[in-house]
Design a protein around this ligand. Structure first.
Ligand SMILES: [Zn+2]
Length: 198
């Protein structure tokens, strides 16, 4: 199974993807920014964080967003490790996320740092998880300032529809502010919001 980048809706639709949560501080704020703008997104969750915060996973699902498996340990070198390790990282996280959500399964698998292998894509696909890439890295994880995040996304829009943000891994107030500015801008410029293809 190849790595998905396209939007289900096609046209000028974009896929907002939110990685590395859930986080008790930032996920609710990201959810609020999305709700304020009537945007549905895809949340790529780390298994143990989902297990620690099932109420956040349930809130994500209840708001109509989709779940994505982002492994157990977020090991960006997992593509150099054994097949057994890769399999465990993917399938154990899928189970943790599914339990935390109350039975709603993730529909995608995003390798940490893009560390996919042909094997991990096959394992994910067999578990019903479409491998998911990205076209635009907002670089919000570097905390470069809201104007820089804003400019990166706007400049890279021709790259493709799938945009990467983060609600975990540190202080994400810049991400929240950037979403509050970018989501209305995208809509005003003719973009709709979609989920990635499955
Ligand atoms: Zn990540």
């Amino acid at each position: 199974m190849d790595i998905a980048h396209a939007a289900l809706n096609g046209g000028k639709a974009v896929n907002i993807t939110i990685d590395d949560g859930p986080d008790p501080t930032w996920t609710p704020k990201v959810l609020e920014a999305l709700a304020d703008n009537h945007v549905k997104a895809t949340f790529c969750m780390i298994g143990p964080q989902a297990a620690a915060h099932p109420e956040l996973v349930k809130a994500v699902v209840a708001a109509g967003h989709r779940l994505c498996d982002h492994t157990v340990h977020h090991d960006e070198a997992m593509d150099h490790k054994s097949r057994a390790y890769q399999k465990q990282e993917i399938l154990a996280a899928a189970d943790q996320i599914t339990r935390a959500s109350g039975g709603v399964r993730p529909l995608y698998y995003r390798a940490p740092g893009g560390a996919f292998t042909p094997y991990s894509r096959q394992i994910a696909a067999a578990a019903g998880l479409r491998p998911l890439g990205w076209n635009i890295d907002s670089k919000d994880w570097e905390r470069p300032g809201v104007p820089a995040i804003d400019a990166t996304v706007k400049d890279e829009l021709p790259n493709g529809p799938t945009i990467l943000f983060h609600d975990g891994g540190g202080d994400r107030h810049q991400t929240v502010e950037a979403l509050e500015a970018l989501l209305p801008w995208l809509r005003a410029h003719g973009h709709s919001f979609s989920f990635p293809v499955r």
